[in-house]
Design a protein around this ligand. Structure first.
Ligand code: NI
Length: 144
C-alpha cells in the first residue's frame, strides 16, 4: 500500500517532536529552527496535496510548478506565531488529509503524469514517493 509509510510516520513522529529539547533554537538568523523545518513540511504538504488533487481532476498532464519555500516559511511565520505543538497538530492534520486523498486514488491513476520541463515528465506515483522521501529527509535533519 503506497500510503503505509506515511501512515507510520504520522503515528511515530509526534512523540519524538514533542520530546525535542529546544525546537525554537535558530543556529543563525538565516537557518531554520526545527520548528520552522516542521513548518516547511506543512507547506510541502499543502502544496503537494493541491498538486495531487489538481492532477486527479485534469484530463491533461499538468505542469509541476515550483514554489518559493523560504518565502512560505517566512510568510507563515512559524517561528513567532505558533508553538511547536500547534505546528505539529497542523502537520498531522495535513498528512491525514493526504492519506485520505491517496487511499481513494485508483491504482491505474498512479501512472498519470506531471510535466516537469519540456523533456521531462514524472508520474503521480513518483511524485507521491518523492513527497514522502522529502519528508523523511527533513525529519532526519530534525532528529540528528
Ligand atoms: Ni525541503
Amino acid at each position: 500500500m503506497i500510503t503505509s509509510e506515511l501512515e507510520r510516520l504520522i503515528q511515530t513522529v509526534p512523540q519524538d517532536i514533542l520530546a525535542l529539547p529546544n525546537p525554537d533554537y535558530k543556529p543563525n538568523p538565516s537557518k531554520w529552527s526545527k520548528k520552522e523545518i516542521l513548518g516547511h513540511l506543512c507547506d510541502s504538504a499543502t502544496i503537494n496535496h493541491k498538486r495531487f488533487i489538481d492532477r486527479l481532476y485534469s484530463n491533461e498532464d499538468i505542469e509541476l510548478e515550483l514554489y518559493k519555500q523560504n518565502h512560505w516559511v517566512e510568510c507563515n511565520d512559524y517561528q513567532h506565531c505558533y508553538t511547536i505543538d500547534e505546528v505539529l497538530t497542523l502537520w498531522i492534520t495535513l498528512n491525514q488529509r493526504i492519506v485520505k486523498t491517496m487511499k481513494n486514488v485508483a491504482t491505474e491513476k498512479l501512472a498519470l503524469q506531471f510535466t516537469v520541463s519540456e523533456n521531462e515528465k514524472v508520474t503521480f506515483e513518483w511524485l507521491f514517493t518523492d513527497y514522502v522521501e522529502h519528508l523523511k529527509h527533513h525529519l532526519k535533519q530534525i532528529f540528528d
